[in-house]
Design a protein around this ligand. Structure first.
Ligand code: CU
Length: 251
Protein backbone atom coordinates (compact mmCIF):
# COMPACT_ATOMS: atom_id res chain seq x y z
CA UNK A 1 0.00 0.00 0.00
CA UNK A 2 1.46 3.30 -1.04
CA UNK A 3 1.47 6.40 1.14
CA UNK A 4 -1.19 7.96 -1.08
CA UNK A 5 -3.52 4.99 -0.53
CA UNK A 6 -3.38 5.47 3.22
CA UNK A 7 -4.72 9.02 3.01
CA UNK A 8 -7.13 8.64 0.10
CA UNK A 9 -10.81 7.98 0.80
CA UNK A 10 -12.20 4.44 0.35
CA UNK A 11 -13.36 3.28 -3.10
CA UNK A 12 -16.65 4.77 -4.19
CA UNK A 13 -19.25 2.10 -4.95
CA UNK A 14 -22.41 4.16 -5.35
CA UNK A 15 -23.84 6.23 -8.20
CA UNK A 16 -23.90 9.42 -6.15
CA UNK A 17 -20.99 9.02 -3.71
CA UNK A 18 -18.79 11.28 -5.83
CA UNK A 19 -21.01 14.25 -4.89
CA UNK A 20 -19.87 13.98 -1.27
CA UNK A 21 -16.23 13.71 -2.32
CA UNK A 22 -16.43 16.71 -4.60
CA UNK A 23 -17.94 18.74 -1.73
CA UNK A 24 -15.03 17.73 0.49
CA UNK A 25 -12.52 18.58 -2.24
CA UNK A 26 -14.14 21.98 -2.81
CA UNK A 27 -14.13 22.74 0.94
CA UNK A 28 -10.47 21.71 1.23
CA UNK A 29 -9.38 23.79 -1.77
CA UNK A 30 -11.24 26.87 -0.50
CA UNK A 31 -9.80 26.43 3.00
CA UNK A 32 -6.28 26.18 1.52
CA UNK A 33 -6.75 29.30 -0.64
CA UNK A 34 -8.00 31.38 2.27
CA UNK A 35 -5.32 29.97 4.56
CA UNK A 36 -2.73 31.14 2.03
CA UNK A 37 -4.15 34.69 2.06
CA UNK A 38 -4.38 34.77 5.86
CA UNK A 39 -0.68 33.79 6.06
CA UNK A 40 0.18 36.34 3.38
CA UNK A 41 -1.55 39.06 5.43
CA UNK A 42 -0.09 37.94 8.73
CA UNK A 43 3.52 37.66 7.60
CA UNK A 44 3.30 40.40 4.96
CA UNK A 45 2.02 43.02 7.39
CA UNK A 46 4.45 41.87 10.10
CA UNK A 47 7.23 42.52 7.63
CA UNK A 48 5.84 45.77 6.23
CA UNK A 49 5.08 47.32 9.61
CA UNK A 50 8.07 45.98 11.51
CA UNK A 51 9.78 48.30 13.97
CA UNK A 52 12.79 48.56 11.66
CA UNK A 53 10.74 50.14 8.86
CA UNK A 54 8.32 52.16 11.01
CA UNK A 55 9.89 54.24 13.72
CA UNK A 56 6.66 56.18 14.29
CA UNK A 57 3.71 54.23 15.59
CA UNK A 58 0.46 54.53 13.67
CA UNK A 59 -2.55 54.35 15.99
CA UNK A 60 -5.69 53.04 14.34
CA UNK A 61 -9.01 51.51 15.39
CA UNK A 62 -9.46 49.84 12.02
CA UNK A 63 -12.45 52.03 11.20
CA UNK A 64 -11.04 54.11 8.37
CA UNK A 65 -13.00 53.93 5.13
CA UNK A 66 -10.36 51.84 3.36
CA UNK A 67 -10.16 49.39 6.24
CA UNK A 68 -13.91 49.06 6.50
CA UNK A 69 -14.15 48.37 2.76
CA UNK A 70 -11.42 45.71 2.93
CA UNK A 71 -13.16 44.02 5.88
CA UNK A 72 -16.47 44.00 4.02
CA UNK A 73 -14.99 42.59 0.81
CA UNK A 74 -13.05 39.83 2.61
CA UNK A 75 -16.07 38.96 4.75
CA UNK A 76 -18.32 38.75 1.70
CA UNK A 77 -15.80 36.63 -0.20
CA UNK A 78 -15.65 34.09 2.64
CA UNK A 79 -19.42 34.11 3.05
CA UNK A 80 -20.22 33.66 -0.65
CA UNK A 81 -17.37 31.35 -1.74
CA UNK A 82 -17.40 29.10 1.31
CA UNK A 83 -20.59 29.30 3.37
CA UNK A 84 -23.19 30.01 0.70
CA UNK A 85 -21.65 27.83 -2.02
CA UNK A 86 -21.27 24.79 0.24
CA UNK A 87 -24.80 25.20 1.62
CA UNK A 88 -26.21 25.62 -1.89
CA UNK A 89 -24.33 22.62 -3.30
CA UNK A 90 -25.07 20.26 -0.42
CA UNK A 91 -28.69 21.33 -0.39
CA UNK A 92 -29.02 20.59 -4.11
CA UNK A 93 -27.36 17.17 -3.68
CA UNK A 94 -29.68 16.37 -0.80
CA UNK A 95 -32.89 17.31 -2.61
CA UNK A 96 -32.01 16.05 -6.11
CA UNK A 97 -30.12 12.90 -5.13
CA UNK A 98 -30.03 11.62 -1.58
CA UNK A 99 -33.65 12.42 -0.73
CA UNK A 100 -34.86 11.44 -4.18
CA UNK A 101 -36.08 8.03 -2.99
CA UNK A 102 -36.98 5.20 -5.40
CA UNK A 103 -40.60 5.35 -6.59
CA UNK A 104 -42.98 2.76 -5.04
CA UNK A 105 -43.28 0.81 -8.33
CA UNK A 106 -39.53 0.71 -9.04
CA UNK A 107 -37.74 -2.64 -8.97
CA UNK A 108 -35.43 -2.26 -5.98
CA UNK A 109 -33.86 -4.27 -3.17
CA UNK A 110 -35.68 -3.62 0.10
CA UNK A 111 -34.05 -4.20 3.47
CA UNK A 112 -35.37 -3.55 6.95
CA UNK A 113 -32.71 -2.84 9.57
CA UNK A 114 -32.82 -3.16 13.34
CA UNK A 115 -29.84 -1.70 15.17
CA UNK A 116 -29.12 -2.85 18.69
CA UNK A 117 -26.31 -2.80 21.20
CA UNK A 118 -24.13 -4.10 19.49
CA UNK A 119 -25.26 -5.68 16.29
CA UNK A 120 -26.95 -4.98 12.97
CA UNK A 121 -30.02 -7.08 12.09
CA UNK A 122 -31.12 -7.15 8.47
CA UNK A 123 -34.46 -8.40 7.15
CA UNK A 124 -35.41 -9.30 3.57
CA UNK A 125 -38.96 -9.95 2.43
CA UNK A 126 -38.29 -13.54 1.29
CA UNK A 127 -40.05 -15.39 -1.52
CA UNK A 128 -43.49 -13.79 -1.06
CA UNK A 129 -42.10 -10.26 -1.36
CA UNK A 130 -43.94 -9.29 1.83
CA UNK A 131 -42.24 -8.16 5.00
CA UNK A 132 -43.21 -9.45 8.42
CA UNK A 133 -44.22 -12.90 7.22
CA UNK A 134 -42.87 -16.34 8.11
CA UNK A 135 -40.52 -16.61 5.12
CA UNK A 136 -38.58 -13.42 5.84
CA UNK A 137 -34.82 -13.83 5.58
CA UNK A 138 -32.81 -12.47 8.51
CA UNK A 139 -29.09 -11.94 8.87
CA UNK A 140 -26.85 -10.47 11.55
CA UNK A 141 -23.93 -8.28 10.61
CA UNK A 142 -23.69 -9.44 7.01
CA UNK A 143 -25.66 -7.53 4.43
CA UNK A 144 -25.99 -8.94 0.92
CA UNK A 145 -27.24 -6.89 -2.02
CA UNK A 146 -27.14 -7.16 -5.82
CA UNK A 147 -25.12 -4.72 -7.92
CA UNK A 148 -26.68 -2.17 -10.29
CA UNK A 149 -30.02 -2.00 -8.52
CA UNK A 150 -31.17 0.61 -6.02
CA UNK A 151 -31.35 -0.63 -2.46
CA UNK A 152 -33.62 1.07 0.06
CA UNK A 153 -33.30 0.67 3.82
CA UNK A 154 -35.92 1.30 6.48
CA UNK A 155 -34.08 1.55 9.74
CA UNK A 156 -34.92 1.61 13.42
CA UNK A 157 -33.21 0.86 16.72
CA UNK A 158 -34.03 -1.43 19.61
CA UNK A 159 -32.29 0.58 22.31
CA UNK A 160 -30.18 3.71 21.79
CA UNK A 161 -29.35 5.87 18.77
CA UNK A 162 -27.03 4.18 16.26
CA UNK A 163 -26.09 5.24 12.76
CA UNK A 164 -25.93 2.94 9.75
CA UNK A 165 -22.84 3.97 7.79
CA UNK A 166 -21.58 2.75 4.40
CA UNK A 167 -18.21 4.50 3.96
CA UNK A 168 -17.89 3.30 0.35
CA UNK A 169 -21.30 4.64 -0.59
CA UNK A 170 -20.58 7.86 1.31
CA UNK A 171 -23.88 7.65 3.11
CA UNK A 172 -25.22 7.17 6.63
CA UNK A 173 -28.41 7.71 8.59
CA UNK A 174 -29.35 7.55 12.26
CA UNK A 175 -31.20 4.53 13.63
CA UNK A 176 -33.57 5.81 16.32
CA UNK A 177 -35.82 3.86 18.68
CA UNK A 178 -39.49 4.43 17.88
CA UNK A 179 -38.81 5.89 14.46
CA UNK A 180 -38.16 4.60 10.95
CA UNK A 181 -35.42 6.34 9.00
CA UNK A 182 -34.95 5.82 5.28
CA UNK A 183 -31.86 5.68 3.12
CA UNK A 184 -31.02 4.45 -0.36
CA UNK A 185 -28.09 4.07 -2.73
CA UNK A 186 -27.28 2.22 -5.93
CA UNK A 187 -24.19 -0.03 -5.78
CA UNK A 188 -22.03 0.09 -8.89
CA UNK A 189 -19.30 -2.42 -7.98
CA UNK A 190 -19.28 -5.96 -6.65
CA UNK A 191 -17.06 -6.79 -3.68
CA UNK A 192 -16.90 -6.85 0.11
CA UNK A 193 -17.00 -3.54 1.95
CA UNK A 194 -17.27 -2.17 5.48
CA UNK A 195 -20.40 -1.25 7.38
CA UNK A 196 -19.96 0.75 10.58
CA UNK A 197 -21.97 2.35 13.31
CA UNK A 198 -21.30 6.08 13.17
CA UNK A 199 -22.90 7.04 16.46
CA UNK A 200 -21.13 6.38 19.74
CA UNK A 201 -23.62 3.91 21.19
CA UNK A 202 -21.92 2.38 24.22
CA UNK A 203 -18.98 0.29 25.38
CA UNK A 204 -18.92 -2.07 22.42
CA UNK A 205 -19.74 0.50 19.76
CA UNK A 206 -16.74 -0.71 17.76
CA UNK A 207 -18.28 -4.19 17.49
CA UNK A 208 -20.95 -2.84 15.17
CA UNK A 209 -18.55 -3.18 12.30
CA UNK A 210 -20.20 -5.38 9.71
CA UNK A 211 -19.69 -6.46 6.10
CA UNK A 212 -21.49 -5.44 2.96
CA UNK A 213 -21.43 -8.03 0.18
CA UNK A 214 -22.27 -6.62 -3.23
CA UNK A 215 -23.05 -9.55 -5.56
CA UNK A 216 -24.07 -9.95 -9.16
CA UNK A 217 -27.83 -10.49 -9.47
CA UNK A 218 -27.35 -14.27 -10.03
CA UNK A 219 -25.08 -14.64 -7.02
CA UNK A 220 -27.51 -12.66 -4.93
CA UNK A 221 -30.47 -14.83 -5.95
CA UNK A 222 -28.45 -17.92 -5.10
CA UNK A 223 -27.54 -16.50 -1.72
CA UNK A 224 -31.14 -15.54 -0.99
CA UNK A 225 -32.45 -19.00 -1.85
CA UNK A 226 -29.83 -20.55 0.39
CA UNK A 227 -30.46 -18.09 3.22
CA UNK A 228 -34.14 -18.90 3.13
CA UNK A 229 -33.34 -22.43 4.31
CA UNK A 230 -31.62 -21.20 7.42
CA UNK A 231 -33.48 -21.01 10.68
CA UNK A 232 -33.32 -17.51 12.02
CA UNK A 233 -33.69 -15.86 15.39
CA UNK A 234 -35.86 -12.79 15.22
CA UNK A 235 -38.48 -14.22 12.92
CA UNK A 236 -40.40 -16.39 15.35
CA UNK A 237 -43.82 -14.77 15.84
CA UNK A 238 -44.38 -16.93 18.93
CA UNK A 239 -41.38 -15.37 20.63
CA UNK A 240 -42.25 -11.70 20.78
CA UNK A 241 -39.10 -10.92 22.78
CA UNK A 242 -37.04 -11.69 19.73
CA UNK A 243 -39.46 -10.92 16.95
CA UNK A 244 -39.09 -7.71 15.07
CA UNK A 245 -40.16 -6.38 11.70
CA UNK A 246 -43.01 -4.48 10.17
CA UNK A 247 -44.89 -4.23 6.90
CA UNK A 248 -42.92 -2.16 4.39
CA UNK A 249 -44.32 1.36 4.46
CA UNK A 250 -46.34 0.68 7.59
CA UNK A 251 -44.61 3.10 9.90
CU1 CU B 1 -24.16 1.55 17.37
Amino acid sequence: MSWLDTISPPDIISTNGHLIDSLFVYTTIMACIFFFFVCLGLFGFSYKYSEKRNKVVDYTYGNRKKQLKATLVIGLLVFVLIDLTITWRSNNDMINEFWNFPKPDEDITKVEVLAQQWMWNFRYAGADGEFNTGDDVLTNHDLHIPVGKKVEFRITSKDVIHSLFFPNARIKVDAMPGRISRMWFEPTKTGIYDIACAEMCGTNHYKMQAKLYVHTQEEFNEWLTEAQQLATIGNDTDNLDNFWGWKWGDK
